[in-house]
Design a protein around this ligand. Structure first.
Ligand SMILES: C[S@@+](CC[C@H](N)C(=O)[O-])C[C@H]1O[C@@H](n2cnc3c(N)ncnc32)[C@H](O)[C@@H]1O
Length: 231
């Protein structure tokens, strides 16, 4: 509820929302892998919203984003952030303890390639934590929601007509339909990882069962987190 309330004020107080989200994410990741002394790579980290939270927990943080403007969206550029794409990570194979990505996968035209890259750069025994908003989630169309339920192109065109400008997240360009079922299948079929946990990221622990029910999970998960361990 705290996250949800902060999210509603995201546009007016972005720093507060991202601070709460970052603290929550670091706590969530720490429940699967120790952060103290770990190397964390954050794929699609924007201006570095999560760098303080991970660093405060004792991790060595490196983030990247493919959008130059995002990197300096908080004014000054965080020196722990670099310009690069999640689908071609400029990072050695098996070099990080934790590869993390929050709310990026649905913005990538080749999401499975990005997941494969995240697995590649992670050490054996290391952890991949990736979360995204599934397409059929109530927020799947981002600012064009809920009209994405009638189709991504329809929702994008409707937004353009109503607002006289394109949405920030443009279907087919910077927003793509990624489902819970396909993501779970990818994780289960990837021979290099074990699927440790799949959970609705923002829900309380007792709602984890949602992820086991096909169709329901596409809508009700809201945001899916996958925790993978590299073999
Ligand atoms: C919704 S923001 C998420 C920012 C942050 N990770 C969070 O959870 O608040 C999506 C970010 O992903 C970045 N992004 C999109 N495609 C990417 C790619 N192929 N490689 C790296 N970053 C990408 C965007 O530039 C943007 O900063």
């Amino acid at each position: 509820m705290r996250l949800f309330r902060a999210f509603r004020g995201e546009q007016s107080d972005r720093d507060r929302f991202y601070r709460i989200l970052a603290d929550d994410s670091a706590r969530q990741v720490a429940s699967y892998a120790p952060l103290a002394g770990a190397t964390v790579l954050d794929v699609g980290g924007g201006p570095g919203y999560f760098s303080e939270a991970f660093s405060a927990a004792g991790a060595t943080y490196l983030g990247l984003d493919r959008d130059r403007r995002e990197l300096s969206a908080r004014g000054t550029r965080d020196e722990r952030m670099i310009l690069a794409s999640g689908t071609d990570l400029p990072v050695s194979t098996g070099s990080v303890d934790i590869c993390f990505s929050s709310n990026v996968l649905e913005h990538v035209d080749r999401p499975w390639r990005m997941l494969a890259e995240m697995v590649r750069v992670t050490k054996r025994g290391g952890t991949v934590f990736v979360s995204f908003t599934p397409w059929w989630s109530p927020w799947g169309g981002h600012e064009t929601s809920p009209w994405h339920f009638l189709g991504g192109h329809y929702a994008r065109n409707r937004y353009l007509r109503r607002h006289g400008a394109e949405p920030k997240n443009r279907f087919g360009e910077s927003l793509f339909p990624v489902g819970v079922g396909p993501a779970l299948r990818w994780a289960r079929n990837c021979e290099e990882v074990t699927l440790v946990h799949a959970l609705p990221r923002y829900h309380p622990w007792w709602a984890t069962w949602i992820v086991r029910i096909p169709l329901v999970r596409e809508i009700a998960s809201w945001n899916l987190a996958l925790v993978l361990r590299k073999r």
